[in-house]
Design a protein around this ligand. Structure first.
Ligand code: HSE
Length: 431
């Protein structure tokens, strides 16, 4: 049993968790699994972090080049984050023939082709289980466990911050801004929560899942992303009255027209399997032609759940090296030349929740119905609230299946009418 030396870059929350998780099961890896994996070096500019960690005999350094220049290190674990320094580091490590493990979703989603091309050239692997869904082994499920399937649909709740905010809005009737502020005070949401609440974090993860499911390249930026900042507590209340919950969903569906990929808040029937995924929990609902439905549920973030995914990658790479199969699970389809055709969101069909804010005047409902009818949109249900009408009353319409293009055209027509008091809320329904 030869020793495999590992270099870890970044000893923050996830990196610290990896050091702890390796230490916790060190004897098991050696005795039971027969893996002599050695954390040889740890690099972090914040060198004061090392004193808090069970680093065993690892050499701790503030200089990442101590890892890159050490020829005995075969595996580099990148837990720095971002796409600047991390990209340079990963490309440099690959060029030197080192395997790379990363938790960096932005890096894979935005620079995947460049990274996998560099890995293929060097004959080494890139593993990235922790980049999507923290502790949930969803990457391995798609790359290996479900390799015999055509995965034709993935629907996922994959951002814990958004799910926590929507759950509290729903359970406690609080507005978005209040819950976000409290989440920041509790350390659940970042000081700058834009990437989470704006949908970008979900978008990064969805770009990776879509690429894996389609055996092609779906770059971040190639599909529509909407966040949760526009969801009002009234929408959550009206949705609940009609038997729905609102979740931020990543949606990937194969169709004759191409790959339908999008991120947006969606209404789910309250009995839907994803409707009960609450608080910081994540879930990925996959459908394969052979296997049918699979649900992976768990913690998508946090020190040890994310470390769990990184350590599983370390074990995989060490096993591959020991078994002399260094590129056991290739990623050669994730190339810039293999871009997948994406269905523009304007071309999708869905059921819709529409909340109009209108004057309480004769003929308003008939006018709204006419605009919708003129675009071939059939109404499934209508709800109007008798409230103080000074700044308009809510009229809620649920449609049958309709084309997005027609819905947008009808709304544009309705919003030109004098009775409209403010812009229309549109939430797609996912059954
Ligand atoms: N910020 C992410 C979330 C965790 O809230 O789920 C890391 O992907």
């Amino acid at each position: 049993m030869g020793t495999v030396n590992i270099g870890l870059v970044g000893a923050g929350t996830v990196g610290g968790g990896v050091v702890k998780a390796l230490d916790m099961r060190f004897d098991h890896f050696k005795k039971e699994l027969g893996l002599d994996l050695r954390l040889a070096r740890i690099a972090d500019k914040a060198t004061e972090r090392f004193a808090q960690l069970p680093v065993r005999d690892a050499v701790c350094t503030g200089d990442v080049s101590d890892i890159l220049n050490d020829d005995s290190i075969q595996v580099v674990v990148e837990l720095v984050g971002g796409t600047g320094f991390a990209r340079t580091l990963v490309l440099d490590a690959l060029k030197r023939g080192k395997h790379v493990i990363t938790a960096n979703k932005a890096l894979i989603a935005e620079h995947g082709p460049e990274i996998f091309e560099a890995a293929a050239k060097a004959g080494v692997s890139v593993y990235f289980e922790a980049a999507v869904g923290g502790g949930m082994p969803v990457i391995k499920a798609i790359r290996e466990g479900l390799a015999g399937n055509d995965i034709y649909s993935i629907r996922t709740i994959i951002n814990g911050t958004c799910n926590y905010i929507l759950t509290r809005m729903s359970h406690e009737g609080l507005p978005f801004a209040d819950v976000l502020r409290q989440a920041q005070e509790l350390g659940y949401a970042e000081a700058d929560p834009t990437l989470d609440v704006g949908g970008g974090d979900t978008g990064h993860k969805v770009a990776i899942l879509a690429s894996l499911a389609s055996s092609g390249c779906v770059p971040y930026g190639a599909f529509s992303i909407e966040g949760i900042t526009g969801i009002a507590k009234e929408d959550i209340e009206f949705a609940a009255e009609m038997g729905y919950v609102i979740k931020l969903l990543g949606i990937i569906k194969k169709s004759g027209a191409g790959l339908d990929v999008r991120v947006h808040p969606a209404m789910l029937p309250s009995g839907h399997i994803l409707a009960s995924v609450n608080n910081v929990f994540n879930a990925v609902l996959l459908e394969g032609d052979a296997v049918g439905q699979i649900l992976i549920y768990g913690r998508g973030a946090g020190e040890l759940p994310t470390a769990s995914a990184v350590v599983s990658d370390i074990i995989d790479v060490v096993r591959n090296i020991s078994g002399n199969t260094p590129v056991r699970v290739p990623m050669d389809y994730y190339r810039s030349g293999r871009r997948v055709s994406i269905v523009p969101v304007e071309q999708i069909s869905s059921r819709y929740y529409l909340r109009f804010t209108v004057g309480d005047d004769p003929g308003v409902l008939a006018s709204i119905a006419k605009h919708l009818g003129d675009e071939g949109i059939s109404i499934a249900s209508v709800m109007q609230k008798e409230v103080d009408a000074s700044d308009g009353i809510p009229v809620i319409i649920i449609t049958h299946d309709a084309h997005e293009k027609g819905v947008r055209k009808a709304i544009a027509g309705i919003e030109k009418e004098k009775y409209v008091r403010s812009s229309t809320q549109v939430i797609r329904i996912e059954d």
